[in-house]
Design a protein around this ligand. Structure first.
Ligand SMILES: Cc1cc2nc3c(=O)[nH]c(=O)nc-3n(C[C@H](O)[C@H](O)[C@H](O)COP(=O)(O)OP(=O)(O)OC[C@H]3O[C@@H](n4cnc5c(N)ncnc54)[C@H](O)[C@@H]3O)c2cc1C
Length: 474
């Protein structure tokens, strides 16, 4: 990618990183560097999540800091809330411009509305660039008559009509004008990237995936090293139980934090497709996966209360049970019952990869729970046969992520409670002692829940009425 040219000027600008933790395809950074005397790259650290997610973020920030150092600058991690910190640094640094990437999540929208106001009061021009998604979702919705498409098919038709997304922005200049010396709020001693211990965590992170742009680009290159695989990718053929060598790209967390640009990923895909005319198509192709992401961002950003059921017009209203005990058992990977695979999956997810994308997570949960997008609630995954017959007969995934079951014979690995006591003893895993007893009987509960879902669907039809939003999705 060509670099944007550096031209020394008089402007003092701030480039504010939130997501978009990268220097490639970063239009906000390019704008901040244009005719600048000083560029202040900042990140505001005011929230605290779980240690794994935070550590992924810290690794990404360290990598970003290295990229700035290689260009003669550095990243400033400012402690405190944006609303408190920004007015202070606007004044101290004499900033004339604030550049950042558009973020369409509800929390970010509210925050940015306040920041726009504060910037206006301080006489600072705001430059907000779309680069987290392939397209400007506002534009997509406008091109769709003012409301978001609600099926992947109509979404794909829409993007076909709109045409390819903008290409990635050029790389930033090789030298970026650093912060001016002697600015207390940019004091290197107080603005470095902290460690997880400094943030206050006591439990060490357990990470399989290292954060950061460098790692994201390495992973992207690794996937694209095999263009035939890229061109022939079909999501339904990938194995969700593959972990040593994942069957998919594992780029999701990097896209979530913006360590990788979706537009760069998309441009690389188009280049492969030009060489391999017989490539797969959306929704199953690799480009199709990026379109799923885009679809959910577009619907999510234009649907009130997308991350919850109540007040969400596209979500069926279902009288879910609230069961704290079951929820905690699932969260802590001790459902013990006929769900060893989800237990190990949850164990892996919770302990190693708590890097979730707001809209994608909400959308996929609605999908799986047949609350929106998908309505065949009677198609229930069997936690036993799904892995046993389809993906992983030997239970390698379970053995890896639930080591307590590692010596259980394959015949019983999906249902250890059915193993004779002698077999359990030999495997060093006695159910009820070393491994929890099932918290429910899947056959009984799935039948009961299917009946309850049928009832909920009937009630929703009554609420929405013929042709109502709920019917349209069903
Ligand atoms: C209950 C549930 C919750 C989910 N929560 C998240 C989440 O929080 N964050 C998240 O990124 N994905 C989520 N997904 C979607 C999907 O499972 C992951 O994106 C995918 O497994 C990531 O693997 P990958 O990066 O190897 O994807 P690949 O198959 O290599 O696809 C490339 C990229 O396409 C996008 N993509 C792929 N599948 C989907 C999908 N189903 N929906 C939207 N975008 C997709 C992702 O950005 C992904 O990185 C969830 C799925 C389910 C069933």
């Amino acid at each position: 990618m060509a670099s944007a040219s550096a031209s020394a000027g008089a402007k003092v600008s701030i480039v504010w990183f939130r997501k978009g933790l990268r220097v490639h395809d970063n239009p906000a950074l390019i704008e901040a560097c244009r005719d600048a005397a000083h560029v202040y790259p900042i990140f505001q650290s005011s929230y605290k999540v779980t240690v794994n997610r935070y550590n992924f973020l810290l690794e990404s920030l360290r990598d970003l800091d290295n990229s700035f150092r290689a260009r003669g600058s550095r990243l400033l991690v400012l402690r405190g809330k944006p609303e408190e910190v920004l007015p202070r640094v606007f004044r101290e640094w004499g900033a004339k411009q604030l550049c950042f990437e558009v973020d369409t999540e509800p929390y970010a929208k509210a925050r940015d509305a306040r920041v726009h106001q504060l910037a206006a009061e301080a006489g600072v021009e705001v430059h907000a660039a779309v680069s987290h998604t392939l397209y400007d979702t506002e534009m997509l919705v406008a091109r769709h008559g003012g409301s978001p498409p609600l099926t992947m098919q109509s979404f794909t038709k829409l993007v076909d009509r709109v045409g390819d997304p903008p290409p990635p922005a050029p790389d930033p200049p090789a030298a970026i004008p650093p912060p001016a010396p002697g600015m207390p709020a940019a004091d290197p001693a107080a603005t470095g990237v902290p460690t997880w211990q400094e943030v206050g965590f006591t439990e060490a992170p357990v990470t399989i995936f290292k954060g950061g742009e460098t790692e994201a680009l390495r992973r992207l290159d690794a996937s694209f090293a095999d263009p035939k695989w890229v061109a022939g990718f079909q999501k339904p053929d990938t194995n969700p139980a593959a972990f040593e060598r994942p069957a998919t790209t594992v780029l999701s967390p990097y896209l979530k934090f913006g360590c990788l640009s979706a537009r760069l990923f998309h441009a690389r895909l188009l280049a492969v497709y030009r060489e391999h005319k017989a490539h797969t198509q959306p929704p199953v192709s690799l480009r199709g996966q990026l379109l799923w992401r885009e679809f959910f961002y577009t619907v999510g950003a234009h649907t009130p209360n997308f991350d919850r059921m109540v007040g969400n017009p596209i979500c069926k209203q279902i009288p879910w049970d609230t069961n704290e005990e079951f929820y905690n058992a699932w969260r802590e990977a001790r459902t013990g019952e006929q769900l060893p695979a989800p237990d190990s999956g949850a164990g892996r997810t919770c302990k190693a990869r708590e890097v979730v994308d707001h809209y994608i997570n909400a959308a996929n949960w609605m999908w799986l729970s047949a609350s929106a997008f998908f309505s065949q609630y009677f198609r229930v995954y069997s936690p036993v046969t799904f892995g046993k017959k389809v993906y992983d007969p030997s239970g390698a995934f379970i053995r890896r992520f639930l080591p307590v079951l590692k010596d259980m014979p394959a015949k019983y690995i999906y249902e250890p409670w059915t193993a004779p006591l002698e077999v359990q003893r030999r495997a060093g895993c006695v159910v009820g002692v070393d491994y929890p007893r099932p918290i429910l009987d899947h056959a009984v509960v799935s039948k009961r829940n299917t009946a309850r879902m049928a009832e909920a669907y009937r009630a929703n039809k009554c609420v929405a009425g013929p042709g109502g939003v709920v019917d349209e999705l069903a």
